[in-house]
Design a protein around this ligand. Structure first.
Ligand SMILES: C[S@@+](CC[C@H](N)C(=O)[O-])C[C@H]1O[C@@H](n2cnc3c(N)ncnc32)[C@H](O)[C@@H]1O
Length: 261
């Protein structure tokens, strides 16, 4: 059976995408500070228990642990979880952070005996499955958070994306890896279909294709995210337009939504 694109990108080719998460590492301290501000604003203080859902290499988990939270990070990718554990050692926070390989589609079962004060889900790590499965993940998360706890979600904002939509693009990671992207919005489903081609530069101008995978994820406008969270038993609290906590408006690149129990 063909594996879902999430397994192809993050598990089968985890070593390739790893480079892009590493490239995002320097942004993590500032982003964690903003998340900390949001948590405090919603009465989730230092020392609270956080779940970093789809944590990748744990770049926010580790920074939040450094700030004083107790953090559990889960991710589908063994490659990323192994890197997250090393990162926790490097930053000397192994006592405050735990990482597990876990599929968000089974998170309630895997963490059945745990209760969190808040869940964070950062860098468009949601919307990867069909509508029912996406909402079910939110429903499972609701069972893991205490009364009065919150969920902070950061995803790309469809309204903002459409204003500056580029059907093609490329990103460098390190000096030899190049990611070409060909993007297409499906207006009937609200999903973005993106073909990612990873190229390795063997010598100047001589590229080898390492992998080609088509991603398929839901793009959200704020009202759709509020609808899905509400269906899953959450209450909408507030929104920002970026992890710098700028006000949300029509051109916002991100939706940083806060939902409560
Ligand atoms: C765009 S990355 C962001 C990672 C991290 N939140 C960050 O900001 O660096 C998306 C992450 O979602 C994870 N992921 C995808 N599907 C998942 C699933 N079903 N369960 C858990 N994690 C998943 C991937 O392995 C990847 O680490």
């Amino acid at each position: 059976m063909e594996r879902n694109w999430t397994e192809q990108v993050f598990v089968d080719h985890g070593q390739l995408y790893l480079r892009f998460l590493e490239a995002a590492l320097p942004r993590a301290p500032q982003e964690a500070e903003s998340i900390h501000k949001l948590l405090e604003k919603h009465q989730v203080g230092l020392g609270s228990r956080l779940l970093d859902l789809s944590c990748g290499i744990g770049r926010h988990s580790v920074e939040l642990a450094r700030l004083g939270y107790r953090v559990t990070g889960i991710d589908l990718s063994p490659t990323f979880i192994a890197r997250a554990k090393r990162l926790a050692q490097e930053k000397q926070v192994t006592e405050k952070v735990a990482f597990h390989i876990c599929d968000a589609r089974r998170v309630a079962q895997t963490l059945a005996n745990e209760k969190f004060d808040a869940i964070v889900n950062i860098f468009t790590s949601f919307g990867y499955y069909d509508e029912e499965t996406n909402t079910d993940i939110l429903r499972q998360c609701r069972t893991l958070v205490r009364e009065g706890g919150i969920f902070v979600m950061d995803v790309i904002n469809r309204n903002g994306l459409v204003r500056r939509y580029q059907p093609q693009g490329f990103t460098h990671a390190g000096d030899v890896l190049l990611l070409l992207e060909e993007r297409k919005i499906n207006f009937e489903t609200g999903r973005n279909n993106t073909t990612w081609t990873f190229l390795r530069e063997l010598s100047p101008g001589n590229f080898k294709q390492e992998a080609q995978i088509t991603l398929d994820h839901r793009l959200y406008n704020l009202h759709e995210l509020i609808r899905d969270f509400t269906q899953a038993g959450w209450e909408y609290r507030e929104v920002y337009g970026s992890l710098n906590l700028e006000p949300f408006d029509i051109a916002s690149t991100r939706i940083v939504g806060v939902f409560g129990t």
